[in-house]
Design a protein around this ligand. Structure first.
Ligand SMILES: Cc1cc2nc3c(=O)[nH]c(=O)nc-3n(C[C@H](O)[C@H](O)[C@H](O)COP(=O)(O)OP(=O)(O)OC[C@H]3O[C@@H](n4cnc5c(N)ncnc54)[C@H](O)[C@@H]3O)c2cc1C
Length: 443
């Protein structure tokens, strides 16, 4: 198998932010990605590079901190991992099989489906060469050239939804002796309503912060033209982050501003010889930390289909699309919703009460009431199912919090009734923990 990769070999050039423009320095790995890595026999090599993050560490405008846990059990954490490190490990493993050759600095520019060949432009000398293929898998990301060729050839549909917000990465260096200057095992968020700053830990004691901001408007990337304007925004809205970012202005104007969008398209394949996978088929905004996880899940799903012997490629591709497309549509929508949660609603007492109630209900109904965030991050329940069940849960939580403002006011008997009605099935409930009668009116 030959992989044509547009960029130079990252194992040789390192992870200079300017070179990695458009992709984060680190990212969150969760259960779906871990499962796929386990199936590929790679997880034991990845594990030492992971930093567990147990929840969101909220930074308010006065610098007060609050940890909002992600899950309800000690193992329900997500992991910060270096993108460059993980990619290098995967490339080493692919090459070590002896069956994979990676050709760097080779950008696919077009596909000739009649001749079954791909046109590739070399970064050295800009020469274009044609390479024949038997089966072509386009994993060339959100601006995929293979997708453009498939959609042109099939007259397919492309829906590109720009978010209207961009992002800027900023590095928070480690303290003396490589110490972390904030809590290590959390994803830090400075939620500010319309926008936010986040930071994920790196193994060397540094954090990679990302500022998400509208592209235009009063408080936006467009409005930040001078060093003073950048400084003032941070002084006013992210005061406790300012001492952690000694060269803020330099980084702000030196690092690129990334673009965010959601891409829906169909078909994902052409006849029996070309297929899209990962962001090329379904790029999403990064707020659920699921783009890479979903791409790894794609690989696992395709691998499962390929193991069914004697099936024609076109049938496999069609099954892959019909299995994955409703699910990637669902995670695309949930990722957009999660932006509002991270930058705004996470601060609200009602959000936090609903989260606490969800955890209590999960303890009582461990199979029937798994909070939506947990279904996405800690389970492999199909995304579309997580979205459907999540909508039912949201209705139940709305009813339970109509009058309750704290956990001890929640009518858990009503909760039992609503769950029986709306989330039927299973041999639950488990006994309610002592003292959790709340404002129970019956049973
Ligand atoms: C700011 C940010 C934060 C994110 N955080 C997370 C996170 O925490 N967790 C998570 O799961 N996901 C996250 N994601 C999403 C994740 O980065 C993507 O979903 C994932 O990288 C998709 O993998 P891919 O291989 O499909 O595409 P990519 O990672 O984009 O890889 C495509 C590759 O193809 C190459 N290429 C592009 N065009 C061509 C061409 N014409 N010819 C040859 N090669 C080409 C590129 O150089 C690249 O190496 C984040 C994304 C962003 C932007």
């Amino acid at each position: 198998m030959t992989i044509f990769e547009k960029r130079p070999d990252p194992r040789e050039v390192g992870t200079d932010p300017a070179r990695s423009a458009g992709r984060s320095i680190n990212l969150a790995l969760a259960n779906r990605g871990i499962h796929a890595l386990e199936r590929a026999g790679l997880m034991e090599r990845v594990r030492p590079a992971l930093i567990p993050m147990a929840g969101r560490m909220l930074h308010d405008e006065k610098g007060a901190l609050q940890l909002v846990p992600y899950g309800n059990k000690p193992h329900e954490v997500i992991y910060s991992v270096s993108r460059g490190g993980l990619n290098s490990l995967l490339m080493d493993a692919a090459e070590a099989t002896g069956r994979v050759t990676i050709r760097f600095g080779q950008a696919c520019s077009d596909v000739d489906f009649e001749r079954r060949s791909v046109r590739v432009r070399s970064s050295e000398g800009q020469a274009v060469h044609e390479f024949p293929y038997d089966v072509l898998v386009g994993t060339d990301g959100s601006a995929s050239a293979v997708r453009a060729a498939i959609l042109e050839r099939t007259g397919g549909d492309l829906d590109e939804e720009p978010l209207g917000h961009g992002y800027k990465e900023l590095s928070i260096p480690s303290g003396p002796d490589g110490q972390f200057r904030m809590a290590k095992n959390a994803l830090h968020i400075w939620p500010r309503g319309e926008y936010m700053l986040i930071a994920l830990p790196n193994a060397d004691g540094s954090f990679t912060a990302t500022l998400f901001l509208p592209k235009s408007g009063e408080e936006s990337f467009e409005a930040l033209k001078t060093e003073q304007e950048v400084w003032r925004l941070f002084e006013r809205r992210f005061a406790d982050a300012l001492p952690l970012l000694p060269d803020l202005e330099e980084q702000f104007f030196g690092n690129p501003t990334g673009h965010l969008e959601t891409i829906h398209c169909r078909p994902w394949y052409f006849e029996d010889h070309a297929l899209l996978l990962g962001d090329a088929a379904h790029a999403i905004v990064p707020f659920h930390g699921q783009g890479m996880n979903a791409a790894y899940e794609d690989c696992d799903a395709l691998d499962g289909l390929l193991k069914q012997e004697d099936r024609p490629w076109e049938e496999i591709f069609a099954d892959f699309q019909s299995q994955r497309l409703p699910n990637t549509d669902a995670i695309a929508a949930m990722a957009l919703e999660n932006y509002v949660e991270m930058r705004s609603t996470v601060r609200e007492p009602l959000f936090q009460l609903k989260k606490e109630i969800s955890f209590r209900l999960e303890e009582r109904y461990p199979r029937r009431f798994i909070p939506r965030y947990s279904m996405v991050m800690f389970h492999r329940i199909p995304y579309a199912e997580a979205q459907r069940l999540g909508a039912i849960q949201a209705g139940i939580l709305d009813e339970l919090t109509r009058t309750a403002t704290s956990l001890d006011q929640v009518d858990f008997a009503l909760a039992d009734r609503l769950i029986e009605e709306r989330l039927p099935g299973g041999a639950e409930p488990t006994p309610r923990p002592a003292g959790e009668g709340g404002a129970s009116s019956a049973g």
